[in-house]
Design a protein around this ligand. Structure first.
Ligand SMILES: Nc1ncnc2c1ncn2[C@@H]1O[C@H](COP(=O)(O)OP(=O)(O)OP(=O)(O)O)[C@@H](O)[C@H]1O
Length: 599
């Protein structure tokens, strides 16, 4: 009894289906192992897929199919199979080696099961008749499986729908039947898709009946056909008594598909963030309605059109870069470049080259002329982020460039004049650094034509619901989830927290919650507030926020039903709740949301 026989014996009476993966690469094998697949199939169709061609060629039961399968096993599947039992395809009419030789080699490799693949079942008409008459058809495959069984392999009969071979393999006493439903194909039309699956159920049930009539009870797996999602298989399992499913391209395609889906989503969410997004409760990309923010908007609006340098001071994550972008957008330079320099990230030795560029051959590795940030920003705005991190050397070089309005590229001979507006930001107060001798006062005065101070988030709690709504809107696109609100418990914790990381930290906390929680209302179970404030009076009254969870839920429901066009299944999906929960909510919130709408 090998591992496959043991698996089949222990599977009787189990409720979950057996799942076999036809792998064409090591990547898919590792994925199948990690996901807990029951069986790993080495069929030469996988070899074709890994070469970038369709598996159609593998349906020709001739040529060097057995060599291809052995290569696939040795190079890709066996090194990564873990403890998954492997079943190898064996072409019965092998023109190069005897079946005994092939089987002995497979056994040596550690293969535990054999299936007739590529099978003559893929051929029909006169040619098939001729093959059968010449003893090269199904009978030969049955003979091969008999020999394999005698050598201790588990045997799998691959039967093609409608050629009557299912009963012949079953009668021959194979351990498992693989019931081929045709090539894997994805159908997007919902109705057509359902028709295909129903048709597959009919075909499967006919084959199962054929097998049943023989009095044998092999394990029966559906293979390929229109099954491309777990939901498709669920339908098949609901309507036919199969034990599981095996497939190839359906699993191989998914890693790419999910990568594409997630990339497209991320691109989409980036587009939503960028550009001239105007938030009704804010100013350009800045969200917030607190008095401090309104004051800040006024200041930004005033200074933006003048060509003065602006120094933006604020804690980390409080929105300094957003303020800088907004100043640029409202300035006369808005159609020219906005270039950011993260001063803390440039090693001292590269400072001049980064900011002023270098000529070809200026130093080893300078293969071509490179423009520095000043030249890139010419005519536009240069944003010096984390300016407090500049070394003394960097401070001197920067001061000179600003004073003289010209730069000399490394290795260059003549200075070039540049016209840039300088915006600078720091989360450590520069005035304090000057007192400590860390920052040059003359540079500070050059940078600080006007100061704009960003208030920390903990001092403007009133902005939080607006910021949260804004961030959730972005996250629901990114995660394709309809999250509409925070529970009152979550808000209470948010208000208690000190937010040392400001808005960026709020973004992280909400992102974490959306990943860890289901449903449209986030509870923040995983978030523990940290507060250095004592029991001093809260700067916010409860009625400043929408803390009514029922109202929040109703709003969520209304929007989901609207978005789903009244379709309750879709609305439940959008909200991440079951249909039963959706019905309960609909009853609870009627008559606001009409539960009689179509489902
Ligand atoms: N008022 C705001 N409205 C909307 N989003 C904001 C606001 N303030 C900050 N953010 C968001 O918070 C994040 C951090 O903002 P930003 O990078 O501008 O902060 P910063 O002060 O420059 O941070 P650091 O000091 O770390 O460079 C960004 O994703 C930004 O979009």
């Amino acid at each position: 009894m090998n591992n496959i026989h043991k698996l089949f014996a222990s599977h009787r009476g189990q409720r979950s289906p057996l799942v076999g993966v036809v792998a064409g690469s090591g990547l898919v094998t590792s994925g199948a192992l990690d996901a807990g697949a029951d069986l790993l199939f080495a069929l030469n169709s996988g070899f074709y897929r890994s070469q970038g061609s369709g598996s159609f060629a593998a349906f020709l039961p001739y040529g060097n199919a057995n060599d291809q399968t052995e290569d696939l096993l040795r190079e890709h599947l066996l090194p990564r199979r873990g403890r998954m039992p492997v079943i190898a395809g064996l072409l019965v009419n092998d023109p190069t080696h005897s079946l005994e030789e092939r089987l002995a080699r497979l056994r040596q490799l550690g293969v535990e099961g054999v299936v007739n693949w590529p099978t003559v079942g893929f051929i029909d008409g006169h040619f098939r008749g001729a093959l059968e008459a010449a003893g090269l058809g199904t009978e030969a495959e049955i003979g091969m499986l008999h020999r394999a069984k005698a050598m201790g392999f588990a045997t799998f009969g691959f039967a093609v729908v409608g050629d009557g071979s299912a009963s012949r393999f079953a009668t021959a006493g194979v351990d498992a039947m693989i019931m081929g439903l045709g090539l894997t194909h994805e159908v997007h039309d919902v109705q057509e898709r359902r028709d295909h699956i129903q048709h597959s159920c009919t075909l499967l049930n006919a084959m199962l009946e054929e097998v049943h009539q023989t009095g044998h009870a092999p394990v029966c797996l559906a293979f390929g056909g229109p099954i491309t999602t777990p939901e498709d298989l669920e339908q098949l399992l609901a309507h036919s008594a199969i034990d599981g499913f095996a497939g190839g391209s359906v699993f191989e395609r998914l890693p790419f598909q999910s990568a594409i889906v997630s990339l497209v989503r991320r691109f989409k969410s980036l587009l939503l963030r960028a550009g001239d997004v105007v938030h009704p409760a804010g100013f350009g990309p800045l969200v917030g309605v607190s008095d401090q923010m309104l004051e800040l908007y006024r200041r930004v609006e005033r200074v933006a059109p003048f060509d003065v340098s602006v120094y933006i001071q604020g804690e980390s994550g409080s929105g300094k870069e957003l303020v800088a972008t907004q100043i640029h957008r409202l300035s006369l330079r808005r159609h020219r470049a906005f270039v950011t320099v993260n001063c803390g990230a440039i090693p001292d030795s590269l400072f001049e080259s980064e900011l002023f560029g270098h000529e070809k051959g200026a130093f080893t590795g300078a293969h071509r002329r490179r423009l520095g940030k000043f030249e890139l920003a010419h005519g536009g705005t240069l944003f010096l982020d984390e300016v407090a991190d500049l070394s003394p050397h960097g401070q001197v070089a920067l001061l000179r460039a600003i004073q003289q309005r010209e730069i000399t590229p490394v290795g260059g001979e003549r200075p070039k004049s540049v016209d840039v507006r300088i915006l600078a930001a720091s989360n450590r107060p520069l005035s304090q650094l000057i007192d400590e001798g860390e920052f040059r006062a003359d540079l500070y005065y050059r940078l600080n034509g006007v100061t704009i101070e960003l208030p920390p988030l903990r001092s403007r709690l009133k902005d939080i619901p607006f910021l949260a709504e804004h961030i959730l809107g972005r996250l629901s696109v990114q995660f394709k989830r309809m999250v509409l609100s925070l529970s009152s418990d979550f808000y209470a914790k948010i208000i208690e927290h000190d937010w040392p990381g400001n808005v960026r930290e709020l973004e992280h906390v909400l992102t974490q919650s959306i990943m860890l929680e289901d449903g449209p209302i986030l509870d923040g179970k995983h978030f523990e507030p940290v507060s250095r404030r004592s029991n001093e009076a809260r700067p916010l009254r409860d009625n400043d926020l929408d803390l009514d969870p029922l109202a929040a839920r109703r709003r969520a429901l209304r929007r989901a039903m609207q978005q789903a066009g009244g379709n309750k299944s879709r609305a439940a999906e959008l909200l991440g709740v079951t249909r039963r929960t959706l019905y309960a909510w609909l009853r609870e919130s009627s008559p606001e949301v009409d539960p009689s709408q179509k489902s």
